[in-house]
Design a binder for this molecule. Structure first.
Ligand SMILES: Cc1cc2nc3c(=O)[nH]c(=O)nc-3n(C[C@H](O)[C@H](O)[C@H](O)COP(=O)(O)OP(=O)(O)OC[C@H]3O[C@@H](n4cnc5c(N)ncnc54)[C@H](O)[C@@H]3O)c2cc1C
Length: 374
């Protein structure tokens, strides 16, 4: 998402842009498919809102949280959110980039990035149609998502880091065909020992069910997507009843591992990072896409100035890194506390009870995990 949107913005500025992705779209992606009110605003300010509207998203106005103990709390969202599948959204964003003149190379992994010896740009080694070849670019933006090992490092022989077991989460998702017209314009989050599940209505009368589980919980559930969702239903009668008479659409299943959550933004490595490559908010905050879009908003003006030679690479790095740190550090910190609390059944139950007595307090905690309005 971040890469396609950045490509659109840079093409609008008149630059020659190549968008590289190792995947081919449309493709099902592990995601709650919940476009927060903040994401909506950003898509509008980036000129992409009509594209989302054309996908017939579902409006969502409430969130309901249910602890493993059964205690639940329903809160209004700070605006209207949308439920729309990544299958459609990612594909449409990529097509929008192509329409704006971006050269889209899908199914093309980037293997290595080497700075040019004269300091004027980079050589990218890519695998296109099974063959290794090179591209040259004045600048490269890293939008490879949450897994730094999937991304390209300038020095391919840099030691690889294994995720800490606590960070090694597994994400799964599948669509369910709803039994009848979906009447709940609400996103539901269900917590259980070892993880949580989000249920969001998306276009076409479907429910998107996405879960984040510890490796142990995933293995105990049989190590499969339907197994993980079935185990969550065992723990959570409320989830079981929400999915009653709904059928899992097997071609929509996806899983991803490891899902690493960052506590500190990393807006720059060898090059500028955007989206999850810059910062990963815990999925239960439902704001990863808004954050990805915000990094594009913050970074794109600097790319433009750098390419026009009105700022140096160092100025771009300094200003962009500082802007990301200022805006993201608070939400990431709060997000990791909420994530920590969610892993403890007793703490989650207590928090939701507290929230029922003091909804304003609960609302403020939710707000603390989100980017501040600009
Ligand atoms: C379980 C779960 C639920 C979530 N739910 C929500 C939600 O409801 N709402 C929300 O806003 N956010 C949610 N998120 C977060 C959201 O999915 C991400 O924040 C968002 O996708 C980030 O977009 P991105 O463009 O940075 O990365 P991605 O969308 O991951 O895109 C990265 C792209 O880089 C490509 N790539 C990687 N390496 C290479 C390479 N070497 N060469 C070429 N291409 C490469 C990949 O193929 C991929 O297409 C959730 C995340 C998880 C794990």
């Amino acid at each position: 998402m971040a890469g396609a949107v950045m490509a659109c913005v840079l093409a609008q500025h008149g630059w020659d842009v190549v968008l590289l992705d190792r995947n081919v779209f449309p493709k099902h992606k592990v995601c709650g498919e919940f476009l927060s009110p903040e994401s909506r605003q950003m898509l509008a300010s980036l000129g992409l809102y009509s594209l989302v509207e054309s996908l017939h998203p579902i409006e969502i106005k409430q969130v309901r949280l249910t602890a493993a103990s059964g205690v639940s709390l329903e809160l209004p969202l700070p605006g209207t959110a949308l439920g729309v599948s990544r299958f459609l959204l990612d594909d449409q964003l990529q097509q929008a980039a192509a329409v704006k003149g971006v050269k889209v190379l899908a199914g093309t992994p980037v293997l290595e990035m080497v700075p040019e010896q004269d300091g004027q740009g980079y050589r990218l080694d890519i695998q296109e149609k099974g063959e290794r070849r090179s591209l040259r670019a004045r600048t490269v933006i890293g939008a490879w998502g949450r897994n730094p090992q999937a991304g390209v490092q300038a020095h391919a022989n840099r030691p690889r880091t294994e995720p800490h077991p606590q960070d090694a989460w597994i994400g799964v998702k599948a669509h369910f065909a709803a039994a009848g017209p979906e009447r709940e314009n609400r996103i539901d989050m269900y917590f259980f020992p070892g993880g949580y599940v989000g249920v969001s209505p998306v276009e076409g009368g479907r429910l998107n069910v996405a879960a984040l589980l510890s490796r142990r919980a995933f293995q105990a559930a049989g190590g499969s997507v339907p197994g993980a969702i079935a185990a969550a239903q065992q723990w959570q009668p409320a989830l079981r009843s929400r999915l009653t008479a709904c059928s899992l659409l097997s071609e929509t299943q996806a899983a991803v591992s490891p899902v690493r959550l960052t506590r500190q933004p990393a807006a720059w490595g060898d090059i500028a990072h955007i989206g999850d490559a810059a910062a990963v908010i815990p999925p239960l905050c439902g704001d990863g896409m808004a954050m990805a879009l915000r990094t594009v908003e913050l970074c794109a003006p600097w790319v433009n100035r750098y390419l026009k030679k009105t700022v140096t690479l160092n100025e771009w790095r300094r200003h962009y890194t500082e802007a990301v740190r200022q805006e993201f550090a608070g939400p990431l910190r709060w997000g990791s506390w909420v994530q920590l609390a969610s892993a403890n059944a007793g703490a989650m139950s207590l928090l939701l009870r507290l929230g029922r007595f003091a909804p304003q307090l609960a609302y403020r905690v939710v707000q603390a995990t989100r980017l501040k309005p600009i």
